[in-house]
Design a protein around this ligand. Structure first.
Ligand code: FPP
Length: 235
């Protein structure tokens, strides 16, 4: 009997692209390019493995503080690299959605993400949620504002606000994260999906993201399967 438990929603903090490149004598941009290639194949594998939603942290609201050259390259990757990936995700039947603030993103990036979402919206194998110009605190603040406007417009009463309604009004109406993975050796959440991770299991690995392959993901799954999830109760 197969007792394997597959998490419904997996989130990954894609860390270590820069160090992966530096260790090979390459520039950091090449690490990000390798990260995109890894992300494509890995998302296909993870969804084929039965995970319904994969959320990835591609660019935080704080990442704008990085060197301009690196930010420019990442924006170039989000506009061009993602555009070139539309066919890939369509062939794999993966629906791509984007979470984050559109403000501050260059026009060509906005165009690409709009097309990517539109072209993949009817795909049914699973969802890849790419978090771009994303911050967990920013998401909570934006959601509070959205709800406040609904109350102001009398579409909602204050008493109707509960955890379920709040969750439905986050950037995307997604189920909670079951397994949060961080590559690259740091042991922190870095403002990623802090509302959605309330009861997530955490898995940290020293492996840099471009090296985080199918075998590495299986190790994370094995670890998830060893956990006893109690959700605050007794078990
Ligand atoms: C963290 O590595 C990674 C990022 C800030 C960018 C993540 C982007 C990708 C994986 C590119 C592909 C994604 C999409 C959606 C096109 P780091 O630069 O912090 O690495 P370091 O900690 O080794 O310096």
């Amino acid at each position: 009997m197969n007792l394997e438990n597959i998490p419904n929603h997996v989130a990954i903090i894609l860390d270590g692209n820069g160090r992966w490149a530096t260790n090979r004598g390459l520039n950091r941009s090449e690490g990000h390019k390798a990260g995109l290639d890894r992300l494509k194949n890995l998302s296909d594998y993870i969804i084929k493995r039965g995970v319904k939603i994969l959320s990835v942290f591609a660019f935080s609201t704080e990442n704008f503080k990085r060197d301009k050259k690196e930010v420019d390259y990442l924006m170039h990757l989000f506009a061009g690299g993602l555009k070139d990936s539309i066919k890939f995700f369509s062939n794999k039947n993966i629906k791509v959605i984007i979470s984050g603030r559109r403000i501050n993103l260059p026009k060509n990036v906005i165009k690409t993400i709009d097309v990517l979402q539109e072209k993949t919206e009817n795909n049914t194998a699973g969802i890849l949620n790419i978090c771009l110009n994303y911050g967990g605190k920013a998401e909570i603040v934006d959601t509070a504002r959205k709800i406040a406007y609904l109350v102001q417009n009398k579409e909602l009463t204050v008493d109707e606000i509960d955890e379920e309604l709040f969750s439905k009004n986050l950037y995307n109406d997604l189920p909670p994260v079951d397994l949060m993975i961080r590559t690259g050796g740091e042991l922190r959440i870095s403002n990623f999906m802090i509302y959605e991770c309330a009861y997530a299991e955490f898995y940290f690995t020293n492996t840099y993201f471009p090296d985080f392959d199918e075998l590495e993901f299986e190790k994370a799954l094995d670890s998830f399967n060893e956990r006893n999830r109690k959700f605050g109760g007794l078990k």
